[in-house]
Write a protein that binds this ligand. Structure first.
Ligand code: BGC
Ligand code: BGC
Length: 462
């Protein structure tokens, strides 16, 4: 019979990211990131929403820490904003920026919550973009300087440092496509960004190690693609979406087949001697973000460049994305818990040496979330679809553990509703509701459900 109880030592958490929750965009010495520029450009985000205020966690962090403590999580995954820490090109480290994160980290530790810190969750300083951003090799070296500065200050108070969050999105949505900052729409012209992100990962990992040695864990977070359908198409997207990160980072090479399928659109001449040795660094754990799957077919009509989020990957111009069966979320993503199980098994089989964490999983539930005022004046948000989604994905994770996957921790995305990138504030992923008028936080039913799961270390049965 399948387990319903998590093994000893398994950890529960929730996750957020700096630009999505902090606000305080011009405070404490912070300067603009590519997301400030992008969101302030008319037409780029729904309703013209920006992260200027977001959840105001820059000021309300203590309240957020209290909510986390009450939830009972073992760990909290937050990200540090480079534009707070390195606000000017070539200028000094901004100690005031680091002070903010130090306060949050110490407040978490005081409540017995271990911090997991993502060093780069998409808020590249605009001054780096002005010099070419991820198309410029130099950016990788600037990210490493910054990573070292963060690790020097926060040290081993951070249990796990993650270099990058989802470089797939940075390169393919931001440089190949147009839906994320900086939104350049370069198609195959984005491959240099892919490589420079890989290089940044390796250099950042070394910079962190130089400060903390083995006292903290090192990782990276990838949104690995789990695709079904035509085998050829699936293989192609595995190369462009997954192995393009996993092989250099964990094995020290780009797969030859990747070069083969991108022949004619990319010569990879930006890969310099010695880069792959820099990129392959010993990692303690690999973070996987999982939401949904895709269904693929080979197409006979050339259709590059693609415009939809799922299909910007250059080199896949002969792949078709088919509608997925079953229920979908408010994002239009299919609900496929078995995909999580299959993906975890797949990564475990291909890279058995590295322990795994689910660094994000969650849902903007179809229909959205609505506040109910109880007769006694208290407020509630009933979100049965989110509870159902989480329950089924926790079950899938447990099944993978039963079948031998060394899965260490599970972070629910997200701790609270926040700035959902190009969708602005229209998509709610939180287990805590954010009232954007008053900035009040209202725990949803899913928060209470998760609290029980954590207390019992088992999936609630009714
Ligand atoms: C991979 C090739 C790669 C080579 C590098 C092989 O295992 O399949 O794609 O280029 O190793 O040594
Ligand atoms: C990102 C988050 C985002 C979430 C939901 C992930 O791609 O890391 O920042 O909010 O998915 O779209």
């Amino acid at each position: 019979m399948a387990s319903t109880t998590f093994p000893e030592g398994f950890r529960f958490g929730t996750a957020t990211a700096s630009y999505q929750i902090e606000g305080g965009a011009t405070e404490g010495g912070r300067t603009p990131s590519i997301w400030d520029t992008f969101s302030h450009t008319p037409g780029k985000t729904v309703n013209g929403d920006t992260g200027d205020v977001a959840c105001d966690s820059y000021h309300r962090w203590q309240e957020d820490v209290d909510l986390l403590a009450d939830l009972g999580v073992d760990s909290y995954r937050l990200s540090v904003a480079m534009p707070r820490v390195m606000p000017t090109d070539g200028g000094p480290v901004n100690e005031e920026g680091l002070d903010y994160y130090e306060r949050v980290v110490d407040a978490l530790l005081a409540k017995g919550i271990t911090p997991t810190v993502t060093l780069y969750h998409w808020d590249l300083p605009q001054y780096l973009e002005d010099k070419g951003g991820w198309l410029n090799r130099e950016t990788a070296y600037r990210l490493a300087d910054y990573a070292g500065a963060v690790a020097k200050r926060l040290g081993d108070r951070v249990e796990t440092y993650t270099t990058l969050n989802e470089p797939w999105c940075s390169a393919y949505l931001g440089y190949a496509g147009t839906e994320h900052a900086p939104g350049l729409g370069l198609g195959p012209g984005a491959f240099p960004a892919v490589h420079h992100l890989n290089l940044a990962h390796g250099l950042m990992a070394q910079a962190v190690r130089a400060e903390v040695g083995d006292a903290s864990q090192l990782s990276v977070t990838l949104n690995l693609q789990f695709n079904r359908g035509d085998a050829d198409a699936v293989h192609r997207l595995d190369l462009i979406g997954n192995r393009v990160w996993l092989d250099p980072m964990l094995r020290g090479y780009y797969p030859n087949e990747l070069f083969a399928i991108t022949r004619g659109i990319c010569d990879w001449s930006f890969v310099k001697d010695g880069d792959l040795e820099q990129i392959r660094q010993p990692l303690d754990v690999l973070g996987i973000n999982y939401y949904c799957t895709s269904l693929l077919a080979m197409s006979d009509r050339p259709q590059f460049p693609q415009s939809t989020a799922a299909s910007t990957a250059p080199g896949a111009s002969d792949v078709d994305w088919l509608p997925t069966p079953g229920d979908h979320t408010d994002m239009g993503w299919n609900i496929d818990p078995k995909g999580l199980y299959d993906l975890l098994m797949h990564v475990h089989n291909d890279y058995p040496e590295i322990p795994l964490m689910v660094t994000e999983n969650g849902t903007a539930a179809a229909g959205g979330d609505h506040v109910t005022v109880n007769p006694d004046g208290t407020k509630a948000v009933h979100d049965p679809k989110r509870i159902d989604y989480l329950r089924r994905h926790f079950e899938a994770a447990l099944r993978a553990i039963d079948d031998g996957v060394d899965l260490r921790v599970y972070f629910v995305w997200s701790m609270l509703d926040n700035f959902e990138w190009a969708f602005g504030y229209t998509k709610r992923f939180g287990i805590v509701y954010t009232d954007y008028e008053t900035l009040e936080r209202i725990p949803k039913d899913s928060y209470h459900w998760y609290r029980r799961l954590i207390a019992d270390r088992a999936i609630p049965q009714e």
